[in-house]
Design a protein. Sequence first.
Length: 101
Amino acid sequence: MGPTLLFLGLAGVTSLVAGLLMPGAKRPGLGRAGLLALELVGMSALFLVANLLLGGAIVLAIRLVWPPQFVSIYVLNDLSLVALSLLQGALFFCWRRGPTD
């Protein structure tokens, strides 16, 4: 069993246990919650792509403007950029939905 299947299994079991232990959980609302979660992930993915594109453009601009100064494109290969993009996506998702939803 690869790590991907293990992680999916762990997430599935912990989600199931949390759903069973959560007081007042409405089963019919699970589908809507899943769609909202996918929308949030999509928003975060858009921010990740935008951050990577802008970061790449900045790195290339630095290389063009200051030739002796070399900046590697690999500085963008960092999990903190993924975490920041997820936070951006969550913030804008909640902001767009408004306080009434």
